[in-house]
Design a protein around this ligand. Structure first.
Ligand SMILES: Nc1ncnc2c1ncn2[C@@H]1O[C@H](COP(=O)(O)OP(=O)(O)OP(=O)(O)O)[C@@H](O)[C@H]1O
Ligand SMILES: [Zn+2]
Length: 817
């Protein structure tokens, strides 16, 4: 066999390095395959790279003599990219018009490079060569290494063990062929401790049986048994007793009864807690059963397919996911579940873990690097067969994926805005499912117009759940016209009906959610004398006033300053907060209801790790009466005690300059209304609005998705918006005020009048200045995606590098702001 070469994507921050590089595969790495992670020389340094193909011949334009060899393969779980993930990256590069290097870099775990560890390892036959070594320090290094696990150690460990620097002896020993370098990815050493742990000796059902028997007389033992059943494997005793809230003495009894055993383990970080309550799966409602039967058929086909689970709020979509996951596992395959919000991850993980146990892994942005790394490796090792996570979890190394669920598929947070590739996780999920012949379930009560249209056409399967679980009624909705109070000169934050509603709920010990859409609606400082408002010096937006800290903050660039006492333009002292914020609502509610227990959930109160989970658990367990929140309380959450939902202003999302504005408003209102009446008692919703006749508000009040859809789809067709066209939004940004427009004019001219292509603009972006840069955009429309991409590529290639500077392409933009 002749020389063998490999094309690699090298993971380095070099802006112009967009394509794969060729390296030589040394003989001892002959087994190297596509997706493997390797260490290569790069310039004068070392870098990691991923094999994307192998070739027998070097590229024609390269002299084989200059091609450098790969140094080593990186060992360890989760180091290499599964084929399905690599294929997904290749698809993304094509679909979103980015280079392959950017696409591959976006799918590798961010913690990878940080924990790439180099060790030196003894080569076999070192014993015979020991007599060659005349220097004591060389012998000491070899003998020390021989005593290490796998006869390998990092240079730091080695130096510590021999109590001196080892660089020069190691260098010589490496040259003499007694030891070699190996690379591994490892969990960071901090945090991994040897601890006492417990595990079940009986299967799950028997543990549940034993727990039932003990429930009355030995509740502590029952709790421990259930916590252990939910843990699945061994778990640290300290964590176990803390979670179960019992004393460790109960463990002894269980051990004596032969139900559990204790042992010593290396503790791993687990980003979630255990469930101590027994959960019995409910009997399915008829519609759920029909949906599940269809999903089973789809799983059996083992062919790539997509279905929309269209179920009204509270119809029990989660139950269908759970059963579908069980069916997937029964077929020996794994399942990936995407959720749009961290707040929802907590709820979904809780309910999944209480039913599936320890085989659930979780991935989201609030995990620490170490936690994420541990979960990632656990997934790669095959120790989890269900992964729940936010957007980027779609790239996790879960093998043999048979099912992908995209919960609340209409959510805008599935779209990645920065950095490139600007992908939509729903579309990536569909692409990834193709790689392994998996079933995709898109779940929503308010599907995106695109998805519903595809289901209507038969491109996607259609699984409707038109009734709430247990035939509970959807909540009644009352629209309050805020203009009336305004006319009468008594503009109020809360209409009398809403205040009465809250009073009633407090008296009956039922719960209330108050929702405020943060978008375009926050507190700012306004001078009552001259009308001055405080604006961000970098962005074309007003600064948000934070009452408690008396500071002004830009929610785009994080610019921050203390609130001034005097108006900088007229020197007047009547600079007052204006607008509504969640903080203001909280203050007013506490004034109106001094004894009510209130939780406020917004981006300020949830910065701290696990804050979402804590607050939601508190509310769920009835420790609070009123939950005030932004978007993060609007969707997916399932609280049986909530019988009243108040929407402070239903209008805020309506008037954004974006063709999706009315769709978003409808979805948000329907979703937030859907939080009411999910338990035994029926729910009521109060929508306060200045536009009570608006179609989106009226349709949401009727919970009538199809009414909304029928009107919206006509509008989309008439104006040539998705799903009838694909869009590309080309944004130009520069510190210079004129350049964005100039550059886009050049691009528009080069694009010219092409058949089937419509070019709108250039025009200033609605957010015309952001983070100190002026912004313009050019919107391209084309019925066919391939044709659109060809036009964009042609246009961009026609620009020279200075004309292209600061231009970004957003395919299928979710927001035109
Ligand atoms: N077959 C069933 N029998 C009894 N209760 C059920 C059944 N299916 C689901 N439920 C219950 O109904 C409630 C609502 O379910 P779930 O949260 O899954 O709704 P959903 O469809 O996801 O709604 P949303 O779109 O509002 O998030 C949950 O409390 C769940 O436990
Ligand atoms: Zn700003």
């Amino acid at each position: 066999m002749g020389a063998v070469y490999a094309s690699l994507i090298v993971n380095v921050e070099v802006p112009d390095l967009k394509q794969p590089l060729t390296y030589r595969v040394p003989e001892d790495l002959d087994e190297l395959t596509v997706g493997d992670c390797v260490v290569v020389p790069f310039g004068r340094q070392e870098a990691i790279g991923y094999v994307i193909s192998r070739e027998d011949e070097p590229p024609k334009d390269l002299d084989p003599a200059v091609i450098k060899p790969i140094k080593a393969k990186v060992l360890g779980d989760g180091a290499s990219l599964p084929r399905a993930v690599l294929q997904t990256a290749q698809w993304m590069a094509r679909e979103y018009l980015t280079d392959l290097a950017t696409a591959v870099r976006s799918v590798i775990p961010d913690a990878q490079a940080a924990h790439l560890t180099r060790r030196v390892q003894l080569l076999s036959g070192w014993e015979e060569r020991l007599p060659e070594l005349t220097t004591a320090s060389h012998r000491l290094v070899i003998e020390t290494l021989a005593g290490c696990p796998s006869e390998a150690a990092t240079l730091e460990e080695l130096a510590e063990l021999v109590a001196s620097r080892v660089d020069s002896p190691v260098k010589l020993l490496r040259e003499r062929g007694l030891l070699r370098d190996i690379w591994t990815v490892e969990p960071p050493r901090t945090g991994a401790r040897r601890v006492k742990a417990a595990r079940l000796l009986v299967v799950w059902d028997d543990a549940e049986e034993a727990a039932k028997v003990r429930e009355a007389k030995a509740p502590a033992q029952a709790k421990l048994l259930r916590a252990l059943a939910s843990a699945g494997g061994a778990i640290a005793v300290s964590k176990l007793v803390a979670e179960a809230g019992v004393s460790p003495a109960a463990l002894k009894k269980l051990e004596a009864d032969g139900l559990i055993q204790t042992e010593t383990i290396t503790e791993r970080r687990r980003p979630y807690s255990l469930s101590t309550s027994a959960v019995v799966a409910p009997e399915l409602m008829p519609e759920q059963k029909v949906a599940l039967d269809e999903i089973k058929r789809r799983l059996d086909s083992r062919a790539h397919n997509v279905a929309l689970l269209y179920g009204v709020t509270g119809s029990g979509k989660t139950e269908v996911y759970l059963r579908a996951i069980a069916e997937t596992r029964r077929r020996g395959r794994t399942a990936l579940v995407l959720v749009p919000e961290i707040a929802l991850t907590a709820q979904v993980v809780d309910s999944f873990r209480s039913r599936i146990g320890d085989r659930v892994a979780v991935l989201h942005s609030q995990l620490s690097v170490g936690e994420r790394r541990d979960e990632w490796q656990r997934i790669a090792r095959g120790e989890a067969d269900v992964v729940v996570g936010a957007r980027s979890a779609i790239f996790c190394p879960l093998p043999n994926v048979g099912l992908i669920v995209v919960d609340e598929e209409h959510e805008g947070s599935y779209k990645q805005d920065q950095p490139a590739p600007r992908y939509h996780a729903r579309e990536v999920a569909i692409a990834r499912a193709r790689a392994t012949g998996a079933t995709v379930i898109l779940g929503s009560a308010t599907p995106s117009v695109e998805t519903f249209w595809r289901a209507e056409k038969g491109e996607y399967g259609f699984l409707p759940l038109r009734e709430r679980a247990l035939s509970r009624p959807l909540p009644s909705v009352e629209i309050i016209d805020l203009r009336e109070g305004f006319k009468k000169g008594q503009p109020a934050l809360f209409a009398p009906q809403l205040l009465e509603g809250i009073t009633e709920r407090l008296a009956k010990r039922e719960q209330t959610i108050l929702f405020l859409n943060r978008r375009g609606f926050s507190m700012f400082l306004l001078c009552r004398d001259c009308g001055y408002t405080t604006r961000c010096p970098n962005c074309e937006v007003s600064l948000t006033y934070h009452q408690r800290s008396a500071r002004l903050v830009c929610h785009h660039c994080n610019y921050e300053r203390p609130a001034p006492d005097m108006c900088p333009t007229c020197n007047g002292n009547r600079l007052r907060p204006f607008g509504i914020g969640t903080e203001k609502i909280e203050t007013e509610i506490k004034l109106a209801f001094p004894t009510a227990r209130v939780i406020r959930m917004d981006r300020d109160t949830t910065m701290e790790k696990n804050a979402h989970m804590k607050m939601l658990r508190q509310f769920r367990s009835g420790e609070a009466d009123i939950l005030i929140g932004t978007q993060m309380v609007a969707k997916g959450l399932d609280f049986a005690g909530v019988t009243l939902v108040g929407v402070i202003s239903a209008d805020t999302a309506l008037n954004l300059p974006d063709f999706r504005a009315s769709e978003r408003a409808f979805q948000l209102l329907t979703q937030v209304a859907g939080r009411a009446g999910r338990g035994r008692k029926p729910g009521h919703v109060i929508l306060q609005s200045f536009n009570p006749e608006h179609e989106s508000i009226a349709a949401a009040a009727e919970h009538d998705y199809e009414l909304f859809y029928k009107r919206e789809i006509v509008f989309r067709e008439e104006l040539g918006y998705p799903p009838f066209a694909r869009l590309a939004n080309i944004i130009a940004q520069d510190e210079d005020e004129r350049l964005p427009e100039t550059r886009l004019r050049v691009l528009a001219e080069r694009l010219g009048d092409a058949e089937g292509l419509r070019v709108l603009g250039p025009a200033p972006c609605p957010l015309s200045r952001l983070r100190g840069k002026f912004r313009w955009h050019l919107l391209l429309k084309c019925a066919d995606g391939d044709a659109l991409r060809a036009h964009v590529r042609r246009g961009m290639l026609s620009l020279n590098s200075s004309e292209r500077f600061g231009l970004t392409v957003d395919l299928d933009p979710m927001s035109l702001l």
